[in-house]
Design a protein around this ligand. Structure first.
Ligand SMILES: [Fe+2]
Length: 404
């Protein structure tokens, strides 16, 4: 167990495409970041966040003090909800324009950070709006600098170029991916994550697990994404029960945050496929459905479909959860049931019917999977041919538990 030799309070700089400060106490690096922003001539910025966690987590007093100290003004947009929509992006951008914001600090989980990234683009494109951005009416090449202060250990958005927003009237939940929205700086401080509830803790880690299972098995997977997947799953498997047993366990939060960060890098490199492509219609239709729960309900059926195409990779990366797999196609059903069992034992027991979906919703879900802008990009790198029939079968297999 190499983790035992790690001092979790050593804040380390991890350089990916993003300069990331990682470790307990990393929030204090906001002082250096503010100094750097000021040095770049930034006097005003837009803070994008949700309704409370930026304060409850303890991030905001440190951030606001650093901004004051370095003479940087701000406008605060604190209305981001889970599954944020394009109206929230437009409202954040409008506030930023009014204030002539030259940068964005996003504080929160994936929702505030993705909203902040999207607003950072619109601040460079005053004639565009979020609906144009998320229906690909224009291709942005610029955004104002973004600082991502991450408060959950799931999405990995703090280290990658993705963002998501819902277009409510169309029930679309597309994703964008542009180099211009890599954050300039990011902070992963496990001490800011102890306020996550038991339920949130489970769901965000399941998001991270899905990122790597998909990134390791797309048609553009690489040894790098496969290696990241193995490490991520191993760490989540080991530390999720410890975090659930004691939500204040900083060591567990550290390694779950590290695992989620690796997951963010994995799909930045090798993309995602079925689980995310099919989850977006679920939470597009039901904005209250959490992303992690949607993924958890779909994952066993996705594994059942893809295992015969990628048995050795999946057997290798799932080793921590299901030891002793041979890596042969005939194991597919057993592996799918085994992963479902692990999800259930982790406390996530819902299937689609439990969340109000029925057989009658399947045609609409299939249709949204194929018509929502950007999702075809994910289906296009799936390891099996993403026909309507396959997508329909995955939804159908996710209505009830696979294990009868
Ligand atoms: Fe995700």
């Amino acid at each position: 167990m190499w983790e035992q030799g790690i001092n979790i309070s050593d804040v380390r700089e991890i350089r990916t495409r993003v300069n990331l400060f990682f470790g307990v106490g990393a929030i204090n690096k906001i002082d250096e970041i503010a100094m750097s922003l000021k040095g770049q001539g930034i006097h005003n910025l837009l803070v994008v966040t949700g309704r409370g966690s930026y304060k409850i987590s303890g991030a905001w007093p440190v951030v606001s003090e650093a901004l004051r100290k370095h003479g940087i003004g701000w406008e605060l947009y604190d209305q981001v909800t889970s599954n944020p929509n394009v109206d929230q992006v437009d409202a954040a951008a409008a506030l930023g324009r009014k204030n002539k914001a030259q940068a964005v600090i996003a504080i929160g989980g994936g929702s505030p950070i993705d909203t902040g990234k999207s607003a950072a683009i619109l601040l460079k494109y005053p004639d565009e709006d979020a609906r144009s951005l998320y229906t690909f009416k224009f291709v942005p090449t610029e955004a104002v600098p973004i600082v991502a202060i991450n408060l959950t250990h799931g999405t990995g958005t703090e280290v990658n170029r993705f963002a998501v927003a819902t277009i409510p009237e169309k029930e679309y939940k597309p994703a964008i991916a542009y180099d211009c929205i890599y954050p300039s700086y990011a902070i992963d401080d496990p001490a800011l994550m102890t306020g996550l509830s038991e339920w949130q803790t489970r769901l965000v880690s399941i998001d991270a697990v899905n990122h790597v299972i998909e990134a390791a098995t797309t048609t553009v997977a690489s040894p790098y994404s496969i290696m990241l997947a193995k490490e991520t799953i191993q760490l989540v498997h080991r530390y999720l029960p410890l975090a659930i047993a004691d939500l204040d366990n900083l060591e567990a939060r550290y390694f779950l945050a590290y695992a989620a960060m690796l997951g963010g890098i994995a799909f930045d490199n090798s993309l995602l496929h079925y689980t995310h492509a099919l989850e977006h219609p679920l939470s597009g239709i039901k904005p209250d459905l959490s992303h992690g729960l949607g993924l958890a309900m779909l994952l066993p059926a996705v594994i059942k479909n893809i295992y015969p195409m990628k048995p050795q990779i999946l057997a290798g990366i799932l080793k921590a959860i299901l030891p002793g797999l041979k890596g042969v196609p005939a194991e597919a059903d057993d592996v799918a049931v085994g992963v479902e069992k692990w999800l259930f034992e982790s406390g996530v027991r819902s299937k689609l019917v439990d969340e109000g979906f029925t057989e009658a919703d399947i045609p609409k879900l299939v249709n949204l999977t194929f018509t929502t802008p950007s999702l075809s990009g994910l289906l296009g790198v799936a390891p099996t041919e993403a026909s309507h029939k396959v997508v329909e079968q995955i939804f159908r297999d996710s209505l009830y538990p696979l294990s009868k």
